[in-house]
Design a protein around this ligand. Sequence first.
Ligand SMILES: *[C@@H]1O[C@H](CO)[C@@H](O)[C@H](O)[C@H]1NC(C)=O
Length: 491
Amino acid sequence: MSEESAPFLNPPVARWRAHARDWNRRPMLVKQFMLFSAAAVITLPLLYMLSSRGDAALSIPEPYGGSHVQPFPPETVPEGEPAYLPSITAYPPYAGGDEHGSVATVLPPHIEDLSRPDRPGAPLETATRPQDVPAAAPSQPVTFALIMWSEHSASEGAILLKSIMMYTSVPVDVYILCDEEAQTYVERRLALVQRPRHPLRVFFYRMAWQAMLDRIEREGSISTVHAAGVPGLMKLFIHELLPAHVERAIFVDTDAFFVSDPALLWRQFDAFNATTAIMLPSHPEMFAPQWFDANKICSCVMLLDLARFRALRLMDSSAYRAAGLPALAPAAFRELFGAPEADTGRYAGAALGDQSFWWAIIRGRPELFMHLHYDWEVSSCLLDMYATGLTGSDAATIEDELAAQLHTWATPHQGEAIMPKLVHFNCLEGARYHEWAGWDDPTNSLAVRWAPAVRYHAGYKWLWLNQGQKGGAAVTTETVFDVRFADELHA
Ligand SMILES: *[C@@H]1O[C@H](CO)[C@@H](O)[C@H](O)[C@H]1NC(C)=O
């Protein structure tokens, strides 16, 4: 039996995946419907007057080279200069409103300053890093922390890993929180590459299911019964799992791949200031009260300052409570979700898995957060990938792209052409996005726009990655068994 046709062996994960896909689909429909309805009410008269296309009329194109658009290709950005620094550090000025009416009504409510010193974690924060100075960038390679649980997940994640190797201009370290099946799948492919262009080190962190359950139990308030399930919740504990010398890491969902140099994404860390701990894409225009508005962010791609989360002691534990060490998250959770359920002590209403908890953390402690450009959040489950794709002319101009683009109105990137750098294919039927039947359907809009890219990256042979000199860079792997969480040091 080929590994591809091996039966899926892990029921809890099967449930996790099914739920995740299920859930992912629902909020989008609701979100799109709500957004569309609102947009229609506001803009139908305008549309009539302008006799123009939907979103083209909504997102007034700004002249290229405007304050938050870099008019040069990423290659010419000076070394150490984040490619999108202006739009990362501040929402562009249109956010105050334009002729479509005040967009303030769809922006998140102003969040009060919660950084008072008596908050858990605050003393540590000031002790470890002086305020008002940029955080010194650690000298570490471009580092990823990925979660691959089951062979299906690894078959997707392997394409992500392959794309990192295809496009990287620098050495890369990858930490993979995984089970044995996933490791076997990925190792078999890595073994085909003896001379990559750049060094690649892969660290397999073999997780025991029970160890993950136990950590969630020690935390005590987060719930495993929804969307992302047990492996998904591990996104909240990456700082506790990776070794202390790994100060920063990028998390990406497995069902995504790069179409650009991952070093460009790593460079976004340069925008971090003395309090930033997390950068991820955000959608102030989204709202869903039934999910506590957790759809305002996507935890599908995250730049994480692990050192800062360690210093702040992000997630709680019975071990920390016993040692009298306060954690950051509990107050933020309570603030957003209210009191946990009386009988279980859990936030059962936090229905979007880890994303709900990240949203609570970001909302409660906004100084930890920075926005990541949508160029890295082009997702089949989210806003129709802004209608980007491999259609139209390869000589399309900014104006052409803006005329075709969807769903950027009232976002931090209104008036900007989205230029995909990382693409993400979730909410598709089946266990592996790259084997989705829809890719062969010539009438499916997603397939028309993106199937060739999926086929190219899925089909690109691992052997072809042997592009380096003999005796040059290598691929090395290491396996860490019996992975422990940081809180266990206090047990
Ligand atoms: C860092 O940036 C964030 C987001 O722009 C902001 O909320 C925070 O106050 C900044 N922190 C410092 C120390 O400048």
